[in-house]
Design a protein around this ligand. Structure first.
Ligand SMILES: Cc1cc2nc3c(=O)[nH]c(=O)nc-3n(C[C@H](O)[C@H](O)[C@H](O)COP(=O)(O)OP(=O)(O)OC[C@H]3O[C@@H](n4cnc5c(N)ncnc54)[C@H](O)[C@@H]3O)c2cc1C
Length: 500
């Protein structure tokens, strides 16, 4: 191994990205997903009446219609076909969200909650007959409690603002992802976002101690508790985390904060194979708290080097795999561990960031995913598989894609240590075939892997709705429907998302 040049590390970003042209809903894959229950026919007059009542309750400033609705609210980052909603609601408080939902429920009016619209599953995309409810005016940090190590925030606060407020208090809010400057904490919770630090801190679900949620009928569930231990009855809070706006609208949250890590190191490691990557990860975890282990297959890294032409490559040569690692440890000790791993044949080459700028440069390689929408026609996958089978699955997947489309271009990468494999296929390389054909190929292969999931962190939304039965049993889907029916009997909340 090259004596790893010493350098230091910084924060990061992630992304698996990219607008999905034309928003292809996959075929109704399995009867267990249930028939698409069409909602009772509504006319434009029903919608007009609902919007009028909403305007009376929220005022002219709280309800925008027609051209006044900014185009950005017509779709989200998934690139799903845009639609201008019947109205954009801009409540200023939980009480106004409650009033708005009570009116919508009374009128049977569909409501689509929108946070920062950075979601990749089309969960925040409206239909023309829906109203969109934006959380952007609920944007206050209400309290930081150092003794409890918690922060109480309104749902529309940006993730980056939460991170900064925690840092100013000498603490860490551990959720982090590439969209941090645009996504809202309410959206993160509604999507149960994963991101870069799941390995050490868990997904959004693990960062939430308390929630306030407005139900479809306007009733407000306030459980803004700061307790680590609390076993009083069902944990309602967790029902709403990851429910993608289909069970209630999150208005406030109590977030768990962490001590800041003492000595963060960022490393880029070249590896001979997938199994070596997993063995290295486990070796590092035995000695250090590892917060990120981003694995990139050669196709991904070749693309990163190509797009960043002009910048000096951090490692010479081309290697089968690369891992971008972030861990808490002293540089000398980490270099020693890497040398031992090299002796054991697990590491081919490595570089340790010696400055914040170096660390950012390493992360920039992983962050090329943010450029996918402009440089590719991305068809994105966000798969979850037991860690040990990810390598073999990726090879099977690549081989099947090559058999079907010999010229196809695909990039494999992922958080891996937390079981998350991302795959992006360039839609321009599949000879004009519909994107749904790629979905079918990948999800059929995934179905053969026991315990795998079609969504690790991006959720189901619209884009993956019809594939849900590939990883959830008929009984599980039926239970989901019963919960939905119990909490939203008129099916007004985010209609058509998650469940058909
Ligand atoms: C560059 C980039 C990198 C990304 N990296 C990651 C990553 O590493 N890991 C990851 O998990 N995701 C990632 N994402 C996806 C996305 O950022 C996350 O899903 C994020 O949590 C969405 O937050 P948002 O505020 O934008 O929500 P939106 O996109 O607005 O909404 C997401 C869903 O939640 C619902 N919703 C929004 N707010 C509320 C609310 N207050 N109450 C109820 N429902 C609500 C919406 O209806 C929708 O169904 C990335 C996206 C981009 C663009």
């Amino acid at each position: 191994m090259n004596a790893a040049a010493a350098r230091v590390l910084a924060a990061s970003a992630d992304a698996a990205a990219g607008p999905r042209e034309g928003a292809v809903d996959g075929p109704q894959a399995d009867a267990a997903a249930g028939p698409r229950a069409d909602r009772p026919a509504r006319t434009a007059a029903h919608t007009d009446a609902a919007v009028q009542a909403l305007r009376a309750a929220l005022g002219d400033d709280g309800v925008l219609t027609g051209e006044a609705i900014p185009e950005r609210c017509h779709t989200d980052w998934s690139g799903h076909a845009p639609a201008r909603p019947a109205a954009l609601l801009r409540p200023r408080s939980t009480a106004e969200v409650s009033r708005a939902l009570a009116i919508c429920n009374e009128h049977g009016q569909g409501v689509v909650p929108q946070g920062g619209r950075t979601g990749m599953a089309g969960g925040a995309v409206p239909r023309p007959e829906d109203v969109v409810l934006s959380l952007e005016r609920l944007n206050r940090i209400e309290e930081l409690d150092p003794a409890a190590s918690t922060m109480t925030v309104q749902a529309g606060v940006l993730l980056e603002q939460v991170q900064q407020a925690a840092a100013e208090a000498g603490l860490l809010f551990a959720l982090d992802l590439g969209a941090r400057g645009s996504c809202q904490i309410g959206g993160n919770i509604a999507a149960n976002a994963g991101g870069l630090n799941v390995l050490r801190y868990g997904p959004a679900r693990d960062q939430v101690l308390g929630l306030e949620v407005v139900l479809a009928d306007g009733s407000v569930l306030t459980s803004l508790r700061k307790l680590i231990k609390d076993n009083a009855g069902y944990d309602l809070r967790q029902l709403f985390v990851g429910s993608e706006g289909t069970l209630g609208i999150i208005t406030r949250a109590v977030l768990k904060l962490q001590p800041r890590p003492r000595s963060v190191q960022t490393l880029l490691v070249a590896l001979p194979g997938f199994d070596a990557a997993v063995r290295l990860l486990r070796r590092l975890q035995a000695s250090y708290p590892v917060s990120a282990f981003e694995l990139m297959w050669q196709d991904f890294m070749r693309t990163a080097f190509e797009w960043q032409a002009g910048r000096r490559a951090p490692l010479a040569g081309t290697h089968p795999f690369y891992a971008l690692v972030e861990l808490d440890g002293e540089a000398d000790a980490v270099q020693g561990t890497l040398a031992e791993a090299a002796d054991a044949g697990l590491v081919l080459d490595a570089v340790l960031a010696a400055s914040l700028a170096d660390a950012r440069g390493l992360w920039a390689l992983r962050e090329i995913t943010g450029e996918f929408p402009t440089r590719l026609e991305p068809i994105n996958f966000d798969l979850s598989l037991p860690v040990g089978v990810i390598g073999a699955f990726a090879e099977r997947c690549r081989a099947a894609l090559s058999r079907r489309w010999p010229q196809h271009r695909s990039l494999f990468f992922g958080h891996v240590g937390d079981s998350n494999l991302h795959l992006t296929v360039d839609g321009r390389s599949i000879a004009g075939a519909p994107h749904a054909e790629v979905d079918a190929l990948v999800y059929e292969l995934l179905r053969e892997v026991p315990g795998a999931s079609i969504s690790a962190e991006h959720g189901i939304g619209l884009l993956k709705r019809d594939w849900l039965a590939h990883c959830r049993s008929a009984e599980e889907i039926a239970a989901m429907r019963r919960i939905k029916q119990a909490l939203d009997a008129r099916a007004i909340l985010n209609p058509g998302k998650v469940l058909a």
